[in-house]
Design a binder for this molecule. Structure first.
Ligand SMILES: Cc1cc2nc3c(=O)[nH]c(=O)nc-3n(C[C@H](O)[C@H](O)[C@H](O)COP(=O)(O)O)c2cc1C
Length: 192
C-alpha cells in the first residue's frame, strides 16, 4: 500500500499521482479561432461533463512560463467559441503532435495538414471524420490556485453535438488518457 499526502508532496509528484489515478480521462481536442481567423488545435484531458441541464463541460488549462495564457485559453476568452473533438485511435499521433507549443498565431491545422469540416452552429470547424464534436460557447472563466501560476478553468455550454452514428452504436476505439505519456482506447464494453 502507498499513500500520498497531496498538500505535503512536491508539485511534480502530485501531478503524476493525480494523472495516474484518475483514469482513464477523456480527451478534448479543442479547436479555437484566434486573431486573423487562424485555427488552433490542442488536446486537454482535464476535461469532463459538469451538468446535463444545462449542458456544461469544463476544461482545466495550465499557464505557460511567465504566467502566459495558452493559445486555447486566449482564443476562447477572445472569441467565446470552441469545438471539442473527441478523437479515436487513428488520431492519436496527431493529438500528440498538436500538443506542441507553437508560437501564437501559427496553426496546428495548417502545420500538420489536418482536414476540417464546417460545424453546424459555430464558425469554428471540427476535425474531419472525428467520432464526436461538441460545439461550445464560453459560459464562465475561473482562475484557480496560486495567482502567480494559476489554472484557467473554462466552463463551456454545449450548443450542438455532432456524432458519427457508428461510434454512437459502438464506441470501441475512442481514445483516452492515462498517467505519464500513455493513452488507452475503449476495447471492452459490458453491462452488469
Ligand atoms: C493527451 C494530452 C492531454 C493534455 N491535457 C492537458 C490539460 O488537461 N491541461 C493542460 O493545460 N495541458 C494539457 N496538455 C498539454 C497541452 O496540449 C499543450 O500545452 C498545448 O501546447 C496547448 O496548446 P495551445 O497553447 O495551442 O492551447 C495535454 C497534452 C496531451 C498530449
Amino acid at each position: 500500500m502507498k499513500g500520498f499526502d497531496l498538500l505535503k508532496i512536491d508539485e511534480d509528484l502530485r501531478y503524476n499521482i493525480l494523472i495516474s489515478t484518475v483514469i482513464p480521462r477523456p480527451i478534448a481536442w479543442v479547436m479555437t479561432k484566434g486573431k486573423n481567423d487562424y485555427l488552433n488545435l490542442a488536446p486537454f484531458s482535464f476535461f469532463n461533463l459538469i451538468t446535463s441541464d444545462p449542458p456544461l463541460i469544463f476544461l482545466s488549462i495550465g499557464r505557460r512560463d511567465d504566467n502566459i495564457l495558452k493559445d486555447t485559453t486566449k482564443n476562447i476568452l477572445e472569441n467565446k467559441e470552441f469545438v471539442i473533438n473527441i478523437p479515436s485511435k487513428e488520431f492519436a499521433k496527431l493529438v500528440k503532435l498538436t500538443a506542441k507549443a507553437l508560437p501564437y498565431g501559427e496553426s496546428e491545422v495548417e502545420k500538420f495538414n489536418i482536414p476540417i469540416e464546417n460545424s453546424f452552429k459555430l464558425s469554428v470547424p471540427r476535425v474531419k471524420n472525428i467520432p464526436f464534436a461538441l460545439e461550445c460557447i464560453l459560459e464562465k472563466h475561473l482562475t484557480l490556485g496560486d495567482p502567480k501560476d494559476p489554472m484557467d478553468v473554462i466552463l463551456g455550454k454545449i450548443l450542438y453535438v455532432y456524432a458519427d452514428e457508428n461510434y454512437l452504436k459502438n464506441p470501441k476505439g475512442i481514445l483516452g488518457r492515462l498517467g505519464g505519456k500513455s493513452f488507452t482506447v475503449i476495447n471492452e464494453i459490458f453491462e452488469v
